[in-house]
Design a protein around this ligand. Structure first.
Ligand code: COA
Length: 162
């Protein structure tokens, strides 16, 4: 059985992430969405909320997806789970440098674990979790960029902070 790990902070999941996840299911029998810790980010939503958003966004397509979280090194997690592939999405040029570093560092740490990149769908190439949060925090409309439940939760969260 081919198994891949799709890691990320997913704070929150965007339609760009959903697209990558669905496309990865065409290549792999099972995909583990690993909500991982990025030491450079302080999440707005809890782990449970982020997991729930992803689960809801996938609906009935989630049967081959497992949800987990990982607080250590990503490659250690992959090895523990017997996964040899990491899935990541690539948007514009700006992503390349960062993803290049991550992929090389991961391969140095664990040569048996490789990264597969999907080019982000053209509709989502400018979307990021941070930008969506920023727009929502000023009351802007983020529907169409994130799953409906996420758009509603963002609106509620930022209304509550006013
Ligand atoms: N469409 C739209 N947006 C996308 C996207 C897509 N297809 N793919 C990524 N993005 C955006 C996200 O919205 C996010 O935006 P943000 O930076 O504004 O939050 C950004 O691109 C990337 O976020 P995400 O995909 O959630 O991942 P990340 O970069 O936060 O995750 C980890 C990085 C978790 C994989 C990395 O920190 C890690 O491996 N941590 C574990 C510890 C470890 O092993 N460290 C050593 C690594 S070598």
């Amino acid at each position: 059985m081919s198994l891949a790990v799709y890691p990320g902070t997913f704070d929150p999941i965007t339609n760009g992430h959903v697209d990558i996840l669905l496309r990865s299911l065409a290549l792999f029998d099972k995909v583990i969405v690993a909500i991982a810790t990025n030491p450079n980010k302080t999440p707005l939503f809890s782990l449970d909320e982020r997991t729930q958003f992803i689960r809801e966004a996938l609906g009935d397509k989630s049967s081959r997806v497992e949800f987990d979280h990982n607080q250590g090194l990503l490659v250690d997690y992959c090895q523990e789970r017997g996964a040899t592939t990491i899935v990541r999405g690539l948007r514009a040029l700006a992503d390349f440098e960062y993803e290049f570093q991550l992929a090389h560092m991961n391969r140095r740490l664990a040569p048996g674990v490789d990264t597969v990149f999907f080019m982000t769908d053209e509709r989502n190439h400018y979307v990021s979790s941070s930008l969506v949060k920023e727009v929502a925090s000023f009351g802007g409309d983020v529907s169409g960029l994130v799953p409906t439940a996420v758009a509603e939760a963002l609106q509620k969260t930022y209304e509550g902070k006013k």
